[in-house]
Design a protein around this ligand. Sequence first.
Ligand SMILES: [Zn+2]
Ligand SMILES: [Zn+2]
Length: 587
Amino acid sequence: MSEDKDYPVSTLRHSTAHLMASAVKELYPNVQLGIGPAIEDGFYYDFLTEKPFTPEDLTKIEKRMRDIVKRKASPFVRDEMSKEEAKRFFDEQGESLKVELIEETPEEEVFSTYTHQTPQGPFIDWCRGPHVPNTKVLKHFKLTKLAAAYWRGDEKRPQLQRIYGTAFFEQEELDDYLKRLEEAEKRDHRRLGRELGLFLISSEVGVGLPLWLPKGAMLRRTLEEFIRTELLKRGYQPVVTPHIAKADLFRTSGHMTAYAESMYPVMDREHEEFVLKPVNCPFHIQIYKSQARSYRDLPLRFAEFGTVYRWEQSGEVGGLTRVRGFTQDDAHLFLMPEQLREEFKRNVELVLLVLNRLNMTYTARVGFRDPNKPDKYVGSSEAWEQSQGALLAAVQELGEEMGMAYTVEEGEAAIYGPKLDFMVKDAIGRQWQLGTVQVDYVLPERFNLEYTGPDGNPHRPVMIHRAPFGSFERFVGVLIEHFAGAFPLWLAPEQVRLLPIADRHQEYARGVAERLKADGFRVEVDERVERTGFKIREAQLHKIPYMLIVGDNEVESGSVSVRARDAGDLGPTPVEDLIARLKQEQD
Ligand SMILES: [Zn+2]
Ligand SMILES: [Zn+2]
C-alpha cells in the first residue's frame, strides 16, 4: 500500500459521494441532500429533487465531478459545530432533511463537518468521516445507476432520487468491476427468462408470483424427473397434500406465532379458520400419524413437490429468486435417533449429487439458533442442544470423509431446529441458499409422534426436513444465471431445432424430428418462410444446443448439417450418428 492509500476503499468511496453531492448541488442548486454512505462495492447519495434524474444527468454529474477535481483539487477539512450551530447552518442552506437528522441527534454528540473546495466555492457536509486527505486522489470512479428510495426507508415520507456509484484505487480494478457488472446484466435471469420464454411476471397476477411459460415448465419438469428418479432409488414414497389447512394445524406446529410475519392472513369461513401453508411439514406429520408405527417401519421418507406461500415485502420480491409462492422439492424423514447420522449423511450426498451434476460450486453453512432471540424458535433448550449437537457431529464426520468445508453461524436455524444449508454463488458473486438439510426434535414432540421400539414401548422419532434444490423457483433462477441461459443438453427445454432451407425440405425435416422425438429428444422444426441466416441467428439467440440444417444434399444423402452451440460446425452427419452423439452427451 502506498502512502496515498493509507485508508480503506470504503473511505475512498464515501469521499467520492461527497464529491458527487457537490457536483449535484452545482448543477441543480434546488436539490436537497439526504445521506451518502459507502456500501458494499460502492456508494450512494440520496437527493430530494423536483423531477427524477435521467441517465443524461448522470453523465453530466460525472463529468462535473472530474471537472471539480481537475480545476480545484482540495483537502477535506474537518470542523466542529454545536448542535445549534449545525441546525442553523443547514437550515440557512435549505437542507431540511439534514436538519431533521441533526435534530434527532443527541446534544452530546460531536457535530463535525467536512469541507472541500470546488471552483464555485466550498462544499460543506455534516458527516462523521473519515475521508481521504484530498479530492485529488478521487480518480477512478463511475456513477452506475439511478433508483428511487423513500426518505429513511419510510413509504409515507417523500421519495428521493438515489444515485449509485463506485470507486477504486486503480483504474484496472474499476474496469474489472464494470466488466463483471456487464456480465452479470447479460446473465440476469429476469432478462433471460423473458428472452428465452421461460417465465413471466405479470403485473395482473402480482409480483413474486411467477408464471412458468412452456419452455420454463419443460426445464422444471426435467429437474423434477431427475430428482424423482433419485428419490425412488433412495426409498422415498411420494405423497400429495393440499395448499390450505386449518389454522390450528399451524398453531400446533408453532408457525402461527414464531413465523406469523411470513404467513398470509387467516381466512374465516363457517366459524373455521384456514391459512395458506408456509411449509409442508405438518401435513406429512399427519400422514405419519395416520397409523401406528413400529421401529421396523423406520426410516419413513415422505416426498412431495409442495407449493408453499410466504409473505415477502414488495421491496424484496424479484424475478424467481425472491417470490411469494414457490414449490419446494420437499421431504420429511421419520427416524429412530440412532438412524439420524446415516440418514443425514445420505441426504447431504443427495444435495451434493445435484450441485455436482450442475457444476455448481458451493459452501456449506451450519445454522444454529440465535441464543438471544428465543421467541424466534420453538422447542425446549434440551431439544435444541440435542439436535445442534447431533447435526454438528454428523457434519464434522462428513467434513472429514468428503472434504466438505463448512462454517457455523448463529441465527440461521429453522424455527424448529438447526440446519445445514448449501450456498451457491451466482454470476455477480451474490450468495444464494439452495439445498438444505434440517434436523428436528421439536415437531415430533409438539405433534406427539411415536413409534413402538424393539422393547415394545413407545418412543419419539426424530425428523429430517430436506430439499436438495430448495425451491424450483430459486433454483431455476440461479441456474439461468449460472449457465447464462445456455443449458446443458439434458436440461435444455428445446434440445434440437431443424431448419429446412426451402419448402421442399420440410417433409424430410419433419421426418428427422419424429425420429429424434421417438428417442425422447425435445425437437422443433422452424417452418417459417424466413431466410436461413435469420433462422440460424434466432436459434443462436435462444441458445439451442443443436441446429440441424437440411437442404437438397441432406435430403438426398439421408443426413443433416449439424451446428452445435458449443462445438461449432460439425458438417453433414448421418441421422443415426447424430442420435448416437446426442445420447452420449445427454448421459
Ligand atoms: Zn463524509
Ligand atoms: Zn419441513
